[in-house]
Design a protein around this ligand. Structure first.
Ligand SMILES: Nc1ncnc2c1ncn2[C@@H]1O[C@H](COP(=O)(O)OP(=O)(O)OP(=O)(O)O)[C@@H](O)[C@H]1O
Ligand SMILES: [Mg+2]
Length: 452
């Protein structure tokens, strides 16, 4: 048996296919219950629980136990949904936050099938479940959201680039390159440097490298040995990076949050400013439209982030970088800065429920990540951090501290967009106190400089 069939709840051991699940509910209702392996019928519920049989809430299963799964838990709790998470081990972020979190390997189909038992919908914390497993789950009647035909565009950057071309949306110049010689040909034709990417499996800039020149290309030989073809892209001369965040239901209802400005440091999201300030209205509208169109044309369900390069004065004013089909680091600001946060919206969307309003709760919202540093005892810094900024909302992922690892973030809603720099400094100060375990020296800490 690949999946442990009991949870670790303080309420004691219980089967993953717990008996207090309901039969169907009426109204605007997705037909996911009939997809349950038991056809939606639960034996003896009414007899066992009497009036509790009227409690008919869905069960959502999330594959992957990172911080994204963890941050779905408050939304599930508020709405009364049951959340289960298939975790990679007991040390991952979601394990301590979700009472039913069996340990299992998401690359093993049998494990996924066992985890699917009793779920109304299966969704994801990451994009690494093999596409063939997703299709097999669907064939077995599991309600997988987003489905494999959509998700493959977030799993494979070559598939994504071809889809963006098909939709006639703005791509950087790109090509699939099978070896060093093809990379050199691409670079000579489009100009150096070239950005070389692993089509599958990358995250946080791992799987992305800049090839400066034809001479430098030979250094990429080992990458071609591990995967071929790779994706070669022209290095885009962008003014800033943006994120267009949307959500869509299986029935096709869709909503967008305002486009946000995202700041990457060493390929890792460091800071987000939402809405993106001073963005031309037509660029923001076109970016939002592009994201909604991608969601609709590719059949995306749940939350999707479209990462963009802002390129003033050229074409639409932006190029598309990549797609993420799940809540995304560039959408964490919505937790404290929007009427509906991305985690709640994701759950609503995959359950085919009406979506929540995406209005922003202030003129500007800043999200600042903190990565692992020297301080192992994060809580020791809480008194100083929380006292320094009572308006800050701290989100900590319960992960052990390793240098460079994403371990939490701080959200801060501003009163006016004019003082965004001060707001960024205040958020960065809270983050640095927690990361370093001490209050910075007298003067305000420098906020990280934006690359690009
Ligand atoms: N064609 C390009 N031109 C210029 N910079 C690029 C290009 N592609 C990627 N980058 C830079 O590298 C970063 C990481 O690239 P990308 O988003 O493709 O990788 P990733 O590892 O999948 O990222 P994520 O952390 O979002 O999963 C981008 O945010 C951007 O800063
Ligand atoms: Mg990216």
């Amino acid at each position: 048996m690949a999946v442990e069939t009991v949870g670790h709840s303080a309420r004691g051991h219980f089967s993953l296919d717990s008996p207090n699940q309901p039969t169907g509910v009426g109204g605007r209702q997705p037909n996911y219950r009939k997809n349950r392996p038991d056809g939606g019928r639960k034996p003896g519920t009414r007899e066992l629980f009497g009036r509790l049989a009227l409690v008919t809430f869905p069960v959502i299963g999330v594959v992957g136990g990172g911080q994204l799964a963890r941050m779905m838990a408050p939304a599930a709790t508020a709405l009364g949904f049951e959340l289960r998470v298939l975790v990679e081990g007991e040390d991952v972020s979601a394990f301590s936050a979700v009472s039913t979190s069996p340990v299992g390997d998401y690359k093993d189909l049998q494990t996924l099938l066992e985890f699917a038992d009793g779920l109304d919908v299966m969704t994801f914390d990451h994009e690494h479940v093999p596409t063939s497993h997703l299709r097999a789950l669907q064939d077995a009647g599991v309600n997988v959201q987003p489905g494999p035909d959509a998700l493959v565009n977030a799993q494979d950057k070559l598939v994504m680039r071809a889809a963006i071309d098909r939709l006639e949306l703005p791509n950087p110049v790109w090509a699939a390159v099978a070896d060093v010689a093809a990379l050199v040909t691409f670079g000579d034709e489009t100009g150096w440097p070239v950005v070389l990417k692993m089509p599958r499996g990358g995250y946080d800039g791992k799987g992305v490298r800049i090839i400066e020149s034809a001479e430098d290309a030979a250094g990429a030989a080992e990458w071609f040995e591990s995967m071929s073809p790779l994706l070669a892209e022209a290095k885009v001369d962008f003014s800033r990076e943006l994120s267009a965040l949307v959500a869509r239901t299986p029935d096709g209802e869709a909503r967008a949050w305002p486009v946000a400005h995202t700041i990457q440091v060493d390929g890792v999201c460091d800071e987000v400013i939402a809405p993106a300030l001073d963005i031309p209205l037509e660029v923001a509208a076109a970016a939002e439209d592009a994201a909604l169109r991608i969601a609709s044309e590719l059949g995306v369900t749940g939350v999707m982030a479209v990462e963009l390069f802002e390129t003033p004065g050229t074409g639409a004013g932006f190029l598309i970088n990549e797609l993420a089909m799940r809540p995304h680091n560039t959408g964490h600001w919505t937790q404290d800065g929007s009427v509906t946060c991305q985690f709640e919206q994701h759950l609503r969307a995959v359950l085919n429920l009406p979506l929540g309003a995406t209005d922003v709760l202030g003129p500007v919202v800043v999200m600042k990540n903190f990565l692992g540093g020297d301080n192992q005892d994060l809580f020791s810094a809480y008194p100083a951090a929380l006292a320094s900024e009572p308006a800050a909302k701290v989100h900590c992922y319960g992960k052990s501290v390793r240098p460079g690892r994403k371990i939490g973030h701080v959200n801060l809603v501003g009163a006016t967009a004019a003082d965004v720099d001060a707001l960024r400094q205040r958020a960065a100060r809270v983050a640095s106190i927690i990361r370093d375990g001490r209050v910075p020296a007298e003067e305000s800490p420098r906020i990280s400089e934006e690359k690009a």
